[in-house]
Write a protein that binds this ligand. Structure first.
Ligand code: PLP
Length: 424
């Protein structure tokens, strides 16, 4: 299936739903047929999938789109490159739309969020930057920062959450001072799903101290309406395997245009420029010139690297197109409705989830033993996961409904969850 055809099919499914709020009847009629493969799995396994925050469910067309990308290789050999690069450009464009960003080239595709973080750390003007980050960052980010700290390629200052495992913006703000070079902070914390309020104040403080801010938006991308220009972060990292249903390996680094050169060329010493690079980031890659100094491409292309992993773009595009076609505002409103339905069903069955006022796409249930709980829940027919909380010995079970979960399913999930958690 060609990408244009994929877009047409998605548009034809979304437009009959109108512009109003999403509702289950319209979703079942118009959108669920695009997911027949994963929905068929529901029937055969009797499992209720509430791990949508972990690995999003793919549209049927993903495998057909990827197949077409591969077919082009067989039939056109090196003539396929134009199509592959076109897919990369569409990928950048779909992501920039979700960030309400008008410069597609400010999006540098990456294969992981960690790769985006490393690209920024290595690009900073100082060789041992002072970094402020929090104990609530995802393991990949946490590990990269610790490795840099250990190798004395960064000096870390860690900010702790409060006794309720919540990040308080003022503790981050207080940790930033004139010695800070970079702040690394999540928009939505991965364990609790807390939306970190006051990011604007954190960013303003960092900028007042001439520090840059990298926002990890993995649990916000495709969930919360975002506006990169208004946010004014220097960098955003995120990826597609969760809410935008794009599978593994399809991530990105977004670079604020104030860090991009209009003309490209050889950067000044002591400025921000990427070392995680390759010939796709060269000023004129197909000139094959070998100047002594590195002349970078203009704009965000300077942050491209070497020959790109083209199939990841095909794999991620259908989900991105769907998210853009529906619109994040409507997806968010529907997600909050579904969460409310699940909260009420759980409460009726005697289970009291922890409902944060400012939260992303999932609910929490605290438990002593997250591993045992999720194993038993899976055996009872509810697929979810759990992560350890950082301030206590307890775990947070994470439950995330999505467009494919019906209200009946949420009620059944609550019925299945209650006896399991009462027994733990
Ligand atoms: C907040 C957050 N950041 C990043 C990632 C993924 O990081 P990486 O792409 O480096 O594996 C996740 C995955 O769950 C996450 O929750």
């Amino acid at each position: 299936m060609q990408l244009d055809q994929a877009q047409q099919i998605i548009d034809a499914a979304v437009s009959p739903m109108g512009d109003g709020p999403l509702n289950e009847q319209a979703l079942s009629k118009h959108l669920h047929p695009l997911f027949s493969r994963v929905l068929a799995r529901n029937e055969s396994t009797n499992e209720i999938y509430l791990a949508n925050h972990s690995l999003g469910r793919p549209l049927d067309m993903v495998s057909e789109v990827v197949q077409t990308a591969l077919d082009g290789w067989y039939t056109q050999l090196d003539g396929v490159w134009n199509e592959w690069i076109d897919a990369r450009n569409r990928y950048r464009s779909q992501i920039s739309s979700l960030l309400r960003w008008d410069d597609d080239r400010a999006i540098a595709p990456k294969t992981s969020a960690a790769q985006g973080l490393r690209a920024v750390l290595n690009a900073l003007p100082t060789t041992r930057p002072n970094v402020v980050s929090t104990r609530c960052e995802f393991d990949s980010i946490d590990f990269v920062l610790k490795a840099y700290d250990y190798k004395q390629r960064a000096s870390l200052r860690w900010v702790e959450p409060d006794a309720q495992d919540l990040m308080q913006p003022d503790t981050i703000i207080d940790a930033i001072d004139d010695s800070t070079d970079l702040v690394v902070v999540s928009m939505v914390c991965f364990v609790t799903g807390q939306v970190v309020e006051g990011l604007d104040r954190i960013i303003a403080k960092a900028h007042a101290c001439e520090a840059m801010v990298l926002v990890d938006a993995y649990h916000a991308f495709g969930v919360l309406p975002m506006d990169f220009r208004a946010l004014d972060a220097d960098f955003i990292i995120a990826g597609n395997y969760k809410y935008t249903r794009g599978g593994a390996g399809a991530c990105f680094l977004a670079i604020n245009p104030r860090h991009l050169s209009q003309t490209g060329g050889v950067p000044e010493h002591g400025t921000l420029f990427p070392l995680d690079t390759g010939w796709f980031a060269k000023h004129n890659p197909f000139a094959y010139s070998r100047d002594d100094d590195p002349a970078y491409a203009s704009g965000g292309d300077a942050w491209l690297e070497a020959t790109p992993p083209v199939l990841t773009y095909y794999q991620a595009l259908p989900g991105l197109m769907l998210s853009n076609a529906i619109g994040i505002d409507r997806l968010r409103a529907y997600s909050l409705d579904q969460q409310q339905t699940l909260v009420e069903a759980l409460t009726t069955h005697g289970v009291h989830p922890r409902v944060l006022q400012h939260r992303g796409a999932y609910l929490l249930i605290e438990t002593e033993d997250g591993r045992a709980a999720t194993q038993q829940l899976k055996a009872a027919g509810v697929n979810c996961d759990a992560r350890p909380l950082s301030r206590s010995d307890r775990w947070a079970i994470r439950l995330c409904p999505d467009l494919l979960n019906t209200n009946d399913e949420l009620e059944t999930a609550a019925q299945r969850i209650a006896p399991v958690l009462r027994g733990i």
